[in-house]
Design a protein. Structure first.
Length: 589
C-alpha cells in the first residue's frame, strides 16, 4: 500500500492515502526508499519519523508501507559486530558505500552468506514450545548461541537438519503445529518496542562485580538491576561505562552509543578488540554488541537505538546469559523524543520534553530483571540496565534526571569537583545510593561473613563524619579538632585515596576482586581501630600518622592479585608493631 507525502519537517514526514496502515509500521519513503516509522494516524494521514537524512524529499513523493512494525533480526552474527540505531551493520554498509553511507542503503542485519556450524539438540518426535532449544552454534569462542523456537510456535518436531555448516536463512528444523507444518531457520524477528516474554521474574539477589571499589563495596548493583550515572560534561560518565563494559562479570555486553560524540565510540572500537577478556583471554569484542548512533547521525534513529539494544539483550537473556546494557546517554535519547514531539506539535511538558518522558524511560528500565526463561529447561538469565544521564550544567533537578531517579534503584552521582581533583571514578559518596543493599546483604555475608557489611557501614559513617568536620575546619582550622576527630579526618583521607580512588590505566588497579576490596578496606579500618586504642593510651597522634606502614597501605592496591594475600598479612603485622612502638615511646616520655 502506498501514499503521498504532503509535508516534510526535518525527520518528520506527513503522508496521506495510508488508510490501511497501522501505528508503528515501517515504511519506505521517496525514490531512495528511506526507512521510516509511523508515529500516529489521523484518518488516512500518517505522521512518520524517518531514520535517515530527509534533504531533497518533497510533497508528492511516494510512501510505501511494509505492514510490519519496527523489528530487529535475532540470530548468529550479532556478537563482535557494530550496528547503527536501526540494526544496520556499519562495517558491511561501509564496504558497500565507503566512509560516507549513502541514504536508503538496505543491508540485512545478519550476514546471509556466512556459514555457521549448527549442532542439533532437538530430535524428531520432541514436543517443543517457545524458548526450547533446537540446536546450538558456537558464535564466538566465548559464547554458545542457542537456536530457540520462536514465540508463537508450539508443536512436534518432524525434522531436524544434521550437524553441519549452514547459512542463517536455511531451514534447520520443521515443527508440526495446529496451523500446519512450520519451517524454522536460525533467524527470529522481534518488534523492538515490545518486551520479550518470560516465565517468571525474580528479585535480584546477586551483585554484579564491576571491579570498581566504590561501586562494588559502597553502592553495588545487582545482576538484573537498574542504575543511572548522571554527571556534568567531563566528569567521567563514558569512562565509568567503559570500565563496566570491560570488567563486569556478565556474559554479554550491549553498548549503546546514543547521541554521544563519535570519538567516544571510536575509543570503544579501537580499544575493545585489543582488550583481553579476563575470563578466557579472548578479545572483549567476542562477547560485545555495539550500537552506534552518534550525535551527527539522524536524530530519529537515536530514539530507536535504545529499543534495538534492549531487545538484543533480552534475546541473549532468553538463552540463560547475564547481559549488561549500557546506554550512553539517555539524555540524548530524551532530546530526540523532545525534537520529534515538537515537530508533531504535541503539548510540551517541563523544559519542552514530552509529557510521556517518564513513562518512556520506565518502559526501557522495566525491561531489566532476572527471569526464568521460556522453555522446558530451567534457564535463568538477567538483563542489567545502566544508563548515563547528561544533565545540562550538571543540574540533576532537570526532568530526565528526576524521572530516571524515580525509576532506577542505584544512583552513581558523578561530581565535577572530584574529576577536576583527578579523583576517579568521580562518584560522590555523599549523594550516591544503592537500594539493593538489603537484598544483597545475604550474599555478601555468605561469601565474606558479617564483617564485610560492617566495614562498609563503618566506612560510610567515617566519610559522612569527615564531611561534617570539614565545615569546622573551614571555619576555625584543623588545629581546633580533638585528636579523635583529626584521626577521623586521616582515616577518611585513606579511604578516599587508598581505597575509593582507582587508576584505569594500571592493570593491577583497574580491576579489584571482592576479596581484594575486602582486605584493602579492612586494612584502613584496622589502622583506625588500632590508632583509637593507642590514643586512649595517650599515644602521640602525629607519631601514629607518620608510621611507615601507612605508605604500604596506600600502595597495597597496586599489588599483584596473586601475592596480595601475603602482602596484606605482612602489612597488618608491621602496622601493629609500629603502633606499639609509638605507644611505648609515649610511655617512656
Amino acid at each position: 500500500m502506498s501514499g503521498t507525502i504532503t509535508k516534510v519537517s526535518g525527520p518528520l514526514v506527513v503522508a496521506e492515502g495510508l488508510a490501511d496502515a497501522n501505528v508503528s509500521d515501517v515504511v519506505r519513503v521517496g525514490s531512495q526508499r528511506l526507512i521510516g516509522e509511523i508515529l500516529n494516524m489521523t484518518g488516512d494521514t500518517a505522521s512518520i519519523q524517518v531514520y535517515e537524512e530527509t534533504s531533497g524529499l518533497g510533497p508528492g513523493a511516494a510512501v510505501v508501507t511494509t505492514g510490519m512494525p519496527m523489528s530487529v533480526e535475532l540470530g548468529p552474527g550479532m556478537l563482535d559486530n557494530i550496528y547503527d540505531g536501526i540494526q544496520r551493520p556499519l562495517p558491511e554498509m561501509r564496504a558497500l558505500s565507503g566512509d560516507c553511507i549513502t541514504r536508503g542503503t538496505d543491508v540485512p542485519a545478519l550476514n546471509r552468506s556466512k556459514k555457521w556450524e549448527f549442532v542439533p539438540v532437538a530430535k524428531p518426535g520432541d514436543k517443543v514450545g517457545p524458548g526450547d532449544v533446537l540446536g546450538t552454534v558456537q558464535e564466538t569462542s566465548a559464547i554458545l548461541h542457542k537456536i530457540m523456537v520462536p514465540n508463537g510456535v508450539k508443536g512436534e518436531v518432524t525434522w531436524v537438519i544434521k550437524k553441519g555448516e549452514y547459512t542463517v536463512d536455511e531451514t534447520v528444523a520443521k515443527v508440526k503445529t495446529d496451523k500446519g507444518e512450520r519451517a524454522l531457520t536460525m533467524v527470529q524477528r522481534w518488534p523492538v518496542r515490545i518486551q520479550r516474554p518470560y516465565t517468571r521474574k525474580f528479585v535480584p539477589a546477586r551483585p554484579m562485580n564491576s571491579g570498581q571499589r566504590i561501586i562494588d563495596t559502597l553502592f553495588p548493583i545487582a545482576k538484573g538491576g537498574t542504575a543511572a550515572v548522571p554527571g556534568p560534561f567531563g566528569s567521567g560518565k563514558t569512562v565509568v561505562q567503559h570500565q563496566l563494559a570491560k570488567w563486569s562479570d556478565v556474559d554479554i555486553v550491549v553498548y549503546i552509543g546514543c547521541g554521544e560524540r563519535g570519538n567516544e565510540m571510536t575509543d570503544v572500537l579501537m580499544e575493545f578488540p585489543e582488550l583481553k577478556d579476563p575470563r578466557n583471554g579472548e578479545p572483549l569484542m567476542k562477547r560485545t554488541v555495539l550500537i552506534a548512533n552518534t550525535s551527527d547521525m539522524p536524530v530519529a534513529a537515536r530514539e530507536a537505538s535504545i529499543y534495538t539494544g534492549i531487545t538484543i539483550a533480552e534475546y541473549f537473556r532468553d538463552m540463560g546469559y547475564d547481559v549488561a546494557v549500557l546506554a550512553d546517554s539517555t539524555s540524548r535519547w530524551a532530546e530526540a523524543l523532545r525534537e520529534m514531539s515538537g515537530r508533531l506539535e504535541e503539548m510540551p511538558g517541563e523544559e519542552g520534553y514530552p509529557a510521556y518522558l517518564a513513562s518512556r524511560l520506565a518502559q526501557f528500565y522495566e525491561r531489566a530483571g532476572v527471569v526464568q526463561c521460556l522453555g522446558s529447561e530451567d534457564r535463568r538469565g538477567s538483563v542489567t540496565a545502566i544508563g548515563a544521564v547528561s544533565p545540562p550544567g550538571g543540574d540533576i533537578s532537570e526532568p530526565v534526571s528526576q524521572a530516571t531517579m524515580r525509576i532506577v534503584k542505584v544512583f552513581w552521582a558523578l561530581d565535577s569537583s572530584l574529576a577536576y581533583a583527578r579523583h576517579f571514578p568521580a562518584i560522590n559518596w555523599l549523594t550516591s545510593y544503592s537500594l539493593y543493599m538489603d537484598t544483597l546483604r545475604g550474599w555478601y555475608t555468605e561469601q565474606f561473613g558479617e564483617k564485610y557489611m560492617q566495614n562498609r557501614e563503618k566506612a560510610m559513617h567515617i566519610l559522612q563524619e569527615e564531611s561534617e568536620l570539614q565545615e569546622i575546619v573551614r571555619l576555625v582550622g584543623q588545629d581546633s579538632l580533638s585528636p579523635a576527630d583529626r584521626l577521623t579526618m586521616e582515616t577518611a583521607k585513606m579511604i578516599r585515596e587508598d581505597f575509593l580512588q582507582q587508576n584505569a590505566f594500571v592493570d593491577e588497579d583497574a580491576f579489584s576482586s571482592y576479596a581484594k576490596q575486602y582486605r584493602l578496606l579492612d586494612m584502613v579500618l584496622e589502622y583506625d581501630v588500632l590508632c583509637r586504642a593507642a590514643l586512649e593510651k595517650h599515644a602521640d597522634l602525629d607519631g601514629l600518622i607518620a608510621i611507615g606502614a601507612r605508605e604500604k597501605i596506600g600502595r597495597a592496591k597496586m599489588a599483584d592479585a596473586k601475592t596480595f594475600g601475603a602482602d596484606y598479612d605482612a602489612i597488618i603485622d608491621e602496622m601493629k608493631q609500629q603502633i606499639e612502638d609509638v605507644i611505648a615511646g609515649g610511655e617512656e616520655e
